[in-house]
Write a protein that binds this ligand. Structure first.
Ligand code: SF4
Length: 273
């Protein structure tokens, strides 16, 4: 095919153009295999994704839109997905992803000093927390970074010493425990939960720990906030949304809020900020 009109023309022949550069774009979307999955990032959206793998690395993701419609009276669940999800595969390869155990540096220094002086793990921990000055020093260091990498053996030793010290000194019910939340990893959550229960400790929920959701809800109702299907939003007639930006925090389900308005519903939004 000729795009120009002869010698000396500013036009050129497309067929003569080098086309190697196009391989860059073809390679960008090539892959060895794909798997179906979702994102365990505590969104609890469970959107349907196809993840493509090349040379053992996640190279791109494609949202699938094959969730079934639950009945003809309710809008489809699809399309779902969110901006965090489409970039979730960056996380495993991030240079700042923690891959090793870290202990706050000032605490690790105290502990190593005591171990080097011949104390056993329990004695070393006791020497730190029973010394008002050192106890205050490592606690005041919280929130100011200063993490230091250590071995798994050392990290678990310190952790075990602290637990045993607390049980022996105050009793097992003084253990306030946290485990990865169920929406991120059910196995991790249950193993931590079981460990705490076996010791007789107190298992706190993630609400108490980082207050990302209203803890008044489980306190009053004994249940976690949105305990119904998001599709039920569509069936309601009157909503009160308190302190939440649905398209931001509930991206894959926010469309049910819009559709509920088309269904004749009303939304009142209390936005404290
Ligand atoms: S809401 Fe976002 S992060 Fe969660 S599963 Fe859906 S796409 Fe993934």
């Amino acid at each position: 095919m000729t795009a120009g009109n002869g010698e000396g023309s500013r036009w050129f022949r497309v067929a003569d153009e080098p086309r190697d550069w196009e391989d860059f774009y073809r390679e960008r979307w090539s892959f060895d295999k794909s798997v179906r999955t979702s994102h365990g990032v505590n969104c609890s959206g469970s959107c349907s994704w196809e993840v493509f793998v090349k040379d053992g690395l996640i190279c791109w993701e494609l949202q699938k839109t094959d969730w079934p419609q639950i009945n003809s009276d309710t809008p489809n669940y699809e399309p779902r997905g969110c901006q965090r999800g489409i970039s979730a595969s960056w996380y495993p390869y991030s240079p700042v992803r923690p891959k090793y155990p870290y202990v706050r540096g000032v605490l690790l220094d105290f502990y190593e000093q005591e171990r080097a002086a011949g104390k056993d793990p329990l004695g070393a921990w006791a020497a730190i927390v029973e010394d008002p000055e050192r106890k205050q020093t490592y606690r005041k260091a919280r929130g100011k970074a200063g993490w230091r990498r250590t071995t798994w053996e050392r990290a678990t030793e310190i952790w075990a010493a602290a637990i045993i010290y607390t049980i022996k000194t105050y009793g097992p019910d003084h253990l306030a425990s946290f485990s990865p939340i169920p929406a991120m990893s059910m196995v991790s959550f249950l193993s931590g939960h079981r460990f705490c229960n076996l010791l007789g400790g107190t298992m706190l929920s993630f609400y108490e720990w980082y207050h990302d959701l209203p803890h008044i809800m489980p306190m009053m109702w004994g249940d976690q906030t949105d305990v119904h299907e998001s599709a039920d939003w569509y069936q309601s007639t009157y909503w009160v949304v308190i302190g939440s930006n649905l398209p931001m925090t509930r991206t894959p389900d926010a469309h049910f809020a819009s559709e509920h308005k088309y269904n004749g519903g009303k939304i009142v939004n209390l936005a404290p900020n």
